[in-house]
Design a protein around this ligand. Structure first.
Ligand code: BEZ
Length: 387
């Protein structure tokens, strides 16, 4: 009797220990993403993409299960440090995955570096992250703001445009994408005659459209994304300006937004590291799996960036057989990775930013159809990065 009781107690205690060991075995992933506001759809697509890849691996990376922690960063830079520290200090995550907004991402990168937590940036293009703020634990599966902006420069000049007005939100992403475009456009002989801005995430475009009408440039180049991009493309179309002053932009202007933009977006040319109609087996398989997993939702560039963040983690974890605690080896393997992305294969620069083809795309129906590769294997110059 006594014996049986002891045995039962012992079995219970062992089960408890095994249970907590299994929990500790899970790798903690912290999603810091916008789940509300103008970028909410972008945050959700990133999470969807990440989880799709993990599901394809049977729910494990490097043989270990994942445990997710989530913070809605609201694309609010003022709350970014506090939000990042919730994941780092309270939840003690192994890897930070995020975010969309460049201003928020810079605070996130600072907190990641300060605590030596590995960070995979899944959208935000802030040049500084893989520039002056670069570090051994900082990775990006998206782009630097400079990349898609720069790529449109030679394309626009080749179309015969000599003068351009730029229009964007006044914060790092807008500033830097316009700067990239300026560099590419001026190098090809073009001239920017005016930079127009409004505060993020405002959508009162009318006064600025009136100014464009009076300047009469050869073209307009814009960065907006999410809900703001929907409104801008609609307003530009409604103004009638497009008939004489064609609108161009980085691909965020029309990615994940076409359903809402409809007629207003037709024919627009943009540059980005992803496109519809790539027609590779890799991309087709990804798109079919995404639509199946998410109720026929079509993937966009944000979903691809999230998917590739999980792929990158998998490369690192396989190199250490799931032992993420071996940080240096985990990170080295990620830095040396070649990612078989739906966008096409890419490698990471020394600074941790994708070296990737930038596509010229044109809106046709509900697709950003690939027209051509605008710039092949474009590497961010990583100005200011010292490793
Ligand atoms: C950014 O803030 O870096 C950003 C946001 C949305 C789309 C692209 C870039």
């Amino acid at each position: 009797m006594h014996h049986a009781l002891n045995r039962a107690l012992l079995a219970g205690a062992l089960a408890l220990i095994a249970g907590s060991a299994a929990a500790a075995d899970k790798i903690k992933v912290g999603f810091m993403l916008p789940y509300s506001g103008t970028y909410a759809a972008l945050g959700n697509a990133i999470e969807n993409g990440f989880k799709l890849y993990v599901a394809e691996q049977g729910g494990k990376l490097g043989g270990r299960e994942l445990e997710y922690f989530k913070v809605d960063d609201e694309s609010n830079p003022a709350k970014a440090s506090e939000n990042a520290n919730r994941l780092i200090k309270r939840d003690e995550v192994d890897v930070l995955v995020g975010t969309v907004h460049s201003g928020v991402a810079m605070a996130l990168a600072k907190a990641a570096k300060g605590s030596d937590t590995t960070l995979i940036v899944t959208n935000a293009g802030a040049d500084a992250i893989t520039g002056p703020m670069c570090g051994p634990g900082i990775f990006r599966t998206s782009f630097s703001n400079w990349q898609p902006g720069y790529a449109m420069g030679p394309v626009a000049a080749a179309k015969g445009h000599k003068t351009a007005v730029t229009i964007t939100w006044k914060y790092a992403a807008g500033d830097e994408q316009m700067k990239g475009f300026r560099e590419g456009f001026e190098k090809a002989g073009g001239k920017i005659v005016k930079d127009l801005t409004l505060p993020f995430p405002n959508v009162e475009f009318q006064p600025l459209l009136t100014e464009i009408a009076s300047i009469k440039p050869d073209m307009v180049f814009a960065f907006f994304a999410g809900g703001g991009a929907v409104k801008f493309v609609q307003d530009y179309h409604a103004s009638g300006l497009g008939k004489s002053i064609p609108l161009y932009g980085t691909g965020f202007l029309t990615d994940g937004t076409l359903k809402a933009q409809g007629e207003a977006a037709q024919g627009l040319l943009t540059t980005l590291h992803y496109a519809d109609g790539l027609n590779t087996p890799r991309d087709q398989a990804f798109r079919a799996a995404y639509a199946k997993a998410y109720d026929n939702l079509q993937p966009d560039v944000y979903a691809v960036q999230g998917y590739d963040a999980a792929q990158l983690m998998q490369v690192g974890l396989q190199a250490v057989q799931g032992n993420i605690e071996d940080k240096a080896k985990f990170r080295d393997a990620m830095r040396g990775a070649t990612i078989d992305s739906p966008r096409g294969k890419f490698t990471l620069s020394a600074a941790g930013n994708p070296v990737q083809d930038i596509y010229l795309r044109q809106v046709a129906g509900m697709e950003n159809k690939m027209v051509e590769v605008a710039v092949q294997a474009l590497a961010d110059p990583a100005r200011g990065c010292k490793l």
